[in-house]
Design a protein around this ligand. Structure first.
Ligand code: GDP
Length: 381
C-alpha cells in the first residue's frame, strides 16, 4: 500500500516538473520570439531611418581589417531582361481579346450581328463606350474598302495602336528641371498595389544605376512602412520612415531632404490611400505636395490603378485627378485581368499616359508601358 502511494506521489511530482518545465520553455520561447522581433525591428529602423556611419573594424592590435559585413544586396533584373519576360506574360493575359476580334472580323459575312459582337467584345475588355464606337466606325469603313483576308490583322493592329496612342510621352520623369534630385509622388487607393509598385520602381531605377531614396509617407499603416523597408533593404536603398500615425507630410519632407543631402537622383514618396472622402484626401495629399514643393518641384505624380477594378478604378482615377495633378498612370495586375482595354479607357478619362504596367507579384514584374508591344500581345504576338 505504502509503496503504491509512494509510486503515485513520485509520478505526480515528475508530471508537475515536466509540465512546469515545458510551460517555462514555452513562455521563455514566446518572450524570446517577441524580443527577437523587437531587435529585428530596431535593426531595420536603424538601417532605414539613419544609415549608420561606416565604422572601421579594428583587430586587437588596432589594425584596420575592413568594413563590417554589409547585408547582401540583390541586383534587380535589367530593363531588357524584364521586357522579354513580361511581354510573354502580357500576351498570356490579353491575347483572348485579339483572337476574339480577329475571328469576328475574318467572318465571310460581316453583318450587323458580327459588328454587334465586335462591339460587345470591346466593351467587355473595358475599352469604354466612346473609344469602342470610334474603333468600330473606323473598322467598318476600312473593312469595306480594304478588308480582304490578309489585311484584317494589320488593319486591326493599326487601329488598336491608334487608340492606345503611341504619340503620348511615356518617359518617367525622375530628374528635376535643374538636373538635381527629382521627386516622384505615388498615389492611389489602398490595395491597388501602390507600395509594391514603389518598391518595384525603385528596383527598376537601381537596375538603371539611378540612385534612389524612398519616403514611406503612408504612416497610417505600419505594415506599409515595413513593406517598403523590406523593398529598400533588398536593393540597398535608404527608406525614410516615421512612427505609425505620424504626419505623412513630415516623412515626405524628410525623405526629400535626405535625397538632397545624399545627392540622390530621385526621391520616391509612397502615400496613404485612404479614400475616406474627397476633402480628407485633398487635405492630406495637398499638404504632402506643398511640403515637398517647399524644397523641390514634383517631377512626376503617378497614380496607381488596379486593372482588375474596371469602372470602379475609373471613378478612383477621377477623384485623385481632381485632388492632385496626375502626370502618369501605373496600371497594376494586368497579369490577372484580360481586360486590357482599361489602358485606353483610363488614358481617355485622365488625358495622361499609362507609363508603367504591373504584370505579377514578383519583385521585377513591372515594365515600362510600350503601346506596340501591348497591341502585339493583344493580337497574340
Ligand atoms: P497598396 O495597399 O496599394 O500599397 O497595395 P500593395 O502594394 O500592398 O499590394 C496589394 C497586393 O497586390 C499585394 O498582394 C501585391 O503583391 C499585389 N500586386 C501588386 N501589383 C501587382 C501586379 O502587378 N500583379 C499582381 N498579380 N499582383 C500585384
Amino acid at each position: 500500500m505504502n509503496s503504491a502511494m509512494d509510486y503515485i506521489v513520485a509520478v505526480v511530482i515528475v508530471a508537475v516538473l515536466v509540465l512546469g518545465g515545458l510551460g517555462a520553455a514555452l513562455v521563455g520561447g514566446t518572450r524570446r520570439g517577441a524580443a527577437q522581433r523587437r531587435a529585428e525591428a530596431e535593426r531595420r529602423r536603424a538601417v532605414t531611418t539613419a544609415p549608420p556611419a561606416e565604422e572601421e573594424v579594428r583587430a586587437p592590435g588596432g589594425e584596420v581589417t575592413g568594413q563590417p559585413a554589409a547585408p547582401e544586396i540583390e541586383r534587380p533584373e535589367s530593363r531588357a531582361g524584364r521586357l522579354v519576360r513580361l511581354r510573354q506574360r502580357l500576351a498570356g493575359s490579353q491575347s483572348g481579346l485579339g483572337r476574339g476580334l480577329l475571328a469576328l472580323l475574318s467572318r465571310d459575312k460581316l453583318d450587323e450581328d458580327a459588328w454587334e459582337s465586335i462591339e460587345d467584345t470591346l466593351l467587355t475588355a473595358d475599352i469604354g463606350v466612346a473609344p469602342t464606337q470610334e474603333l468600330v466606325d473606323k473598322l467598318r469603313t476600312r473593312m469595306r474598302v480594304e478588308g480582304s483576308g490578309q489585311e484584317v490583322r494589320s488593319i486591326l493592329r493599326e487601329e488598336l495602336l491608334a487608340l492606345v496612342d503611341p504619340a503620348m510621352d511615356r518617359t518617367l520623369r525622375t530628374s528635376g528641371p535643374d538636373g538635381a534630385a527629382g521627386v516622384v509622388l505615388v498615389v492611389g487607393v489602398n490595395g491597388a498595389g501602390k507600395t509594391t509598385s514603389v518598391g518595384k520602381i525603385a528596383r527598376m531605377l537601381v537596375a538603371d544605376d539611378t540612385s534612389v531614396v524612398l519616403g514611406a509617407a503612408d504612416t497610417f499603416r505600419a505594415a506599409a512602412t515595413e513593406q517598403l523597408q523590406t523593398w529598400g533593404e533588398r536593393v540597398g536603398v535608404e527608406v525614410v520612415t516615421g512612427p505609425e500615425g505620424s504626419d505623412p507630410a513630415s516623412v515626405a519632407f524628410e525623405a526629400v531632404r535626405a535625397g538632397m543631402e545624399r545627392g540622390s537622383d530621385v526621391v520616391l514618396v509612397d502615400t496613404a490611400g485612404r479614400l475616406q472622402n474627397k476633402q480628407g484626401l485633398m487635405d492630406e495629399l495637398g499638404k504632402v505636395k506643398r511640403v515637398i514643393e517647399r524644397q523641390r518641384p514634383l517631377s512626376e505624380v503617378l497614380l496607381v490603378l488596379d486593372a482588375t477594378t474596371g469602372q470602379n478604378g475609373l471613378v478612383q482615377a477621377r477623384v485623385f485627378s481632381e485632388v492632385v495633378e496626375v502626370t502618369g498612370i501605373v496600371l497594376t495586375k494586368l497579369d490577372g485581368s484580360a481586360k486590357g482595354g482599361i489602358v485606353v479607357a483610363v488614358q481617355r478619362e485622365l488625358g495622361v499616359p499609362v507609363k508603367l504596367v504591373g504584370l505579377g507579384e514578383g519583385a521585377d514584374d513591372l515594365a515600362p508601358f510600350d503601346p506596340e508591344a501591348f497591341v502585339d500581345a493583344v493580337l497574340g504576338g
